[in-house]
Structures are given as C-alpha cells and as structure tokens.
Design a binder for this molecule. Structure first.
Ligand code: LMR
Length: 392
C-alpha cells in the first residue's frame, strides 16, 4: 500500500517560490524584486554592524543553550514591549515567538479558543496571512483596502466594511508600511478606525513587521499606541526580521493588551499553553541579540542609524524609479505616496508574467515589488521593462 498515492503537488509558495526561480535564472540582467528582504546598494544581504557587535559580545559572554522559558527571554520581551508601546505597561502580556508568523498563529489560536472570529484581512494582503489564519481554524474574510480606480487607500470602503462585521470579529491591521500596498491610513483615519472598532466591539490584531521602515520607529508605532491609549484591548504581532535584519533567526513577539495585570497573568497562562503545543519554546539567538542592543544605549544608537540608512536607501530608490517612469507616463505617480519596503504597482498577472519571462524581473503575481531590490545599476532597466509591459 502507498500511503501518499493521493497526494497532489501544490504550486511553489507565491513569495518563497520566486527565490528559487530567480536563482535558477541564468540571465545576467535578472532582478529580484520578490521576497521582502533588505539588500545593500550592491544588492547583497545585509548583516547590521550593530548585530555583528552584539554577536561578538554574546560569544564573549559564553551564553549557554538551555531552553528558554515557554514565552521566551524576559529581557527581550520587555525591551521589545518598550520599543512598540513606548512604556512597560503591566497590563500588556508579552511572549517571544518564532518570528511574526508564529505570533499571528498563536494569537489566532488563543482568540479562536476564546470565541473570537471570523477574521478579516485587507484586500490585498500579505500572501501568507490567509493560510496562517485558516490553519488556525478561523473563518477568513476580507475588507476593501486598496482602491484600484483611485489608486489609494480605500478609507470609505474600509469603514463601511467595519460597520457590517459581526461583534467579536478579529480585524487584522498592519501597524505601518502595509504589505503589499505601501499605503497606510493617516493618523486621523486611524483615530476613526479605532473609534469604529471600539463602538462595534471588534478586536484589533496588529501585524507589525516593518517598524522603522516607514519613518522613525517611534512614529511608526503611533497607530498602535493610539489604540492602547484609547483603552482598546488588542493584540500586536511583532517581527524583527526586517528592522534588525534577523530574517533567519525567527525573532518575533506577541503582545496582548489586557485590562489589568491580573488579567494579563491569566491570558499569559493560556498563551503559554498554545505555544507549548505548537513549538514548545522559542529559539534564543536572535532574542539575545535584540535584547543586548536595546539595553545598551550606544548599540541602540548604532542600530537606529543603520535602520535609518536602510529606510532612506529604499525611499531614494522609490523616488528614482518614479522619476524615471514619470518621463513617459503619469500612470505610476501614485507610487510616490507609498511607504516602506514595498510598492504595489497595479500591474496585472499578465504584466508580471511578461516581466519574469521577457526581462528576468521577479515579483509576486499581485504586482508588488520589493523596492530594496533596486539599485542605481538596475533601476533604469526595471523602469523600461515596466513601461514596455504596460504600454505595448
Ligand atoms: C514578504 O512579504 O516578502 C516577507 O514577509 C517574506 C515572507 O515571509 O513572505
């Protein structure tokens, strides 16, 4: 008997599959605008100098490899809490997680167990969101987010959708640098969203994976801090993959904002059981590095400078791309209003297929580009290709 006879092969992952396809392409002119990974101006992976310094110190300290507690390294959880929320509020329970993905999954399991759902995602959203929440047993729906006609954030559509959602629905919000569109609500719009969610008893679950890639980290946290200050209970899934360049170290955290410390303790006991059943406890290396950096003023200053450099290189490449496109068409002008690592180009699947096949320019089917994959050498080639596939 063959147990696996009926297994049907799936197509490659919409984002990770591109990494393999790009590697296999032998064209010298190929460009990787796929996965959201920061690249230097020479398009090399970037290990931050502050991370290297922290690694040196860790090695000297000779930390052991014992298990961490189920909810991770306390110093890391507290320092990340401070970074996200601006203070060490004891109403907020925190757990270290295996990247932002596990934070979302743990939140989903905990919320489903406590009767929350369905869950609403922005349309469009990060390609992996639907799988994470469906696998957690939640019904997944969408709300309008990007207006394809006006090429901007669809605030009205979003608010109308919020008004229709049943009580106790979970609404996945992206704290800053929306993936894939690059469009965030303004602060006034966030305030209205917050009010509406409170009035309708909807639960905000923030995905916060790009702190410091839009503007200063403090400012990127404004929306989340507003919800907390307004007295809403919410959850925040944090990823340090991008902000600290710790992609492979799976360094994330989940925070649940409760009414008081006693409730936070009870919530923590349940979250720990979810984690124990999923992956037992988190890995230590990335968390030790982040903790070291955030607890040391000099290292922290160094990291903030490096973060600013990454942010500025991306913003500059976006400007160059828009300027090049603008010479021929106004069609792409809306890219100038986007923030963070990604630009949503409005290309359709046919355009994307041509970019890959004819030009070796790799990007996901939804037309999102990773702006950090551009540099002075390839940006003209990319601009010309964008024009060619959309105008001919
Ligand atoms: C992305 O959106 O490209 C990144 O978050 C990488 C991933 O895990 O998909």
């Amino acid at each position: 008997m063959n147990f696996f006879e009926k297994v049907i092969e799936l197509p490659p992952d919409p984002i990770f599959g591109l990494i393999m396809a790009f590697k296999a392409d032998s064209r010298k002119t190929k460009v990787n605008l796929g996965a959201g990974v920061y690249k230097t101006a020479d398009l090399q992976p970037y290990v931050l100098e502050s991370i290297k310094e922290a690694e040196k110190r860790l090695l000297e300290e000779g930390a052991n490899k014992d298990y961490l507690p189920i909810d991770g390294l306390p110093g890391y959880v507290e320092a990340t809490k401070q970074l996200v929320f601006g203070d060490a509020d004891s109403r907020i329970y925190g757990a270290q997680t295996v990247g932002g993905t596990a934070a979302l999954r743990v939140a989903a399991d905990f919320l489903r167990e406590h009767g929350y759902g369905p869950l609403y995602l922005s349309d469009p959203t990060w390609a992996n969101h639907t799988r994470i929440f469906k696998d957690a047993g939640l019904e997944v729906n969408t709300y309008p987010y990007f207006d394809p006609k006006r090429l901007c954030f669809d605030f009205e559509g979003f608010c109308n959708a919020l008004k229709q959602m049943p009580e106790k629905s979970i609404v996945l919000l992206q704290g800053c640098c929306h993936n894939p569109t690059g469009f965030d609500p303004t602060f006034d719009q966030w305030k209205e969203i917050c009010q509406l969610m409170e009035a309708r008893h909807l639960f905000p679950l923030f995905d916060f994976a790009y702190q410091g890639f839009g503007v200063e980290p403090e400012q990127d946290a404004t929306a989340i801090r507003h919800f907390v200050q307004a007295g809403l209970q919410c959850a925040v899934a944090v990823s340090h993959s991008k902000s600290f360049g710790l992609y492979a170290e799976r360094t994330g955290a989940l925070y649940l904002v409760c009414q008081n410390g006693v409730e936070a303790k009870k919530v923590g006991s349940r979250v720990k059981m979810v984690i124990r059943g999923l992956y037992s406890n988190p890995p230590c290396h990335g968390a030790r590095l982040v903790s070291l950096i955030l607890h040391d003023e000099e290292l922290k200053g160094h990291w903030l400078n490096e973060l600013a450099n990454m942010r500025e290189r991306i913003a500059q490449m976006r400007r160059v791309l828009v300027d090049l496109l603008e010479i021929k068409t106004t069609r792409f002008d809306f890219l100038a209003g986007q923030l963070g690592m990604f630009s949503y180009t409005g290309l359709d699947q046919g355009n994307v297929e041509r970019l890959i096949a004819e030009y070796g320019i790799y990007l996901p089917k939804d037309g999102r580009i990773n702006v950090a994959g551009l540099n002075q050498e390839n940006v003209t080639y990319v601009a010309d290709a964008l024009l060619a596939v959309t105008m001919n």
